[in-house]
Design a protein around this ligand. Structure first.
Ligand code: NAP
Length: 282
């Protein structure tokens, strides 16, 4: 893809540490090019000690805004002028937008997850769901699912973190390796993996035993590398409907894009760029 950066090009990007494997630059730059927008998206490897200076730099450099990824999503909050209710509730910001000199923070992970779920053919409304994990993405998915009328149980390896999550969200906390978790999954119609178990390079790992899977489950794995995790392979064998994390990545990015530009990006172009990037650099 060719791109021209001129004196009036508007700058967006992502702050992370590390950011070398991020698919977001390819995804956003493909969308900017397709829409003929004079914007560029740049990866910035920001050490946690430099986060405040980097955020101040958004204003100093008159950038449009940035995405924020691991490990900065929570720590960035005190440096912003305004944070959306949704982001405050889950204590996570993944999108910053500079408006009239003020830094505004949003989280697009939860809504990105819901759009991906719906695009994969599963409605959250009225579903009985079990989320595996209690970290940042689990908090986003849990908040979004409850908002969209799902019943939610959260099963985590460290039970105290599931309990903590249940203090702020209407979810049932469960220990991951327990009879309660097995029973909740047997009675559920939606299972969402928000742990990092099975992610590249530890692709042989699986967060729950295959025997807990059943035909009535829709299994959504938020991991997108590999495209088919061990969990998804087991779910496919058990006759479940499944989806990987690619569409979630695309939709959370598409919502950030809309926050920055006021425009709807071409999701299919963004998805193509992500899939091409994953093929060349896992
Ligand atoms: P995080 O905040 O670090 O949380 C990690 C979670 O994984 C915790 O609940 C942790 O449990 C659990 N975990 C880690 N190792 C485990 C193990 N060996 N056994 C059982 N549980 C284990 O991370 P995150 O930001 O939520 O990200 C988690 C996953 O979501 C990543 O794989 C990432 O690829 C995916 N994700 C995808 C998207 C997307 O757009 N598709 C966006 C964000 C994240 P403990 O509390 O016990 O440590």
């Amino acid at each position: 893809m060719s791109m021209t950066v001129s004196g009036i090009t508007r700058v967006t990007g992502v702050f992370g540490c590390p950011v070398g494997h991020s698919q977001s630059p390819a995804m956003h730059n493909a969308a900017f090019a397709q829409m003929g927008l004079d914007f560029v998206y740049v990866p910035f490897d920001v050490h946690p000690d430099n986060l405040k200076a980097a955020v101040t730099g958004i204003r100093a450099l008159n950038m449009v805004g940035v995405n924020v990824t691991i490990p900065h999503k929570e720590r960035v909050i005190p440096f912003l002028d305004w944070v959306s209710d949704e982001a405050l509730q889950i204590q996570s910001v993944n999108t910053i937008h500079l408006v009239d000199g003020k830094l505004r923070g949003y989280s697009t992970d939860g809504e990105g997850f819901i759009r991906a779920l719906e695009a994969s053919g599963k409605s959250p409304s009225g579903s009985k769901s079990v989320i595996l994990g209690a970290g940042g993405s689990a908090r986003a998915a849990a908040a979004a699912l409850t908002l969209h009328g799902a019943e939610v149980a959260v099963a985590n390896r460290t039970f105290s973190r599931a309990l903590e999550l249940a203090e702020t969200l209407a979810v049932r906390p469960i220990a991951l390796d327990s009879d309660d978790a097995r029973e909740a999954i047997l009675n559920a119609d939606l299972l969402v993996n928000c742990t990092s178990v099975g992610m590249y390079p530890k692709t042989d790992d699986q967060p729950i035993p295959s025997e807990w899977l059943h035909k009535g489950l829709f299994v959504f794995d938020t991991i997108y590398n590999p495209l088919e995790t061990r969990l998804l392979a087991a779910a496919n064998s058990a006759g479940c409907r499944t989806a990987n994390g690619v569409k979630m990545l695309v939709f959370q990015g598409a919502i950030s894009f809309t926050i920055w530009t006021g425009l709807d990006p071409p999701a299919e172009v963004m998805e193509k760029a992500v899939l091409a990037g994953l093929q060349t650099r896992p």
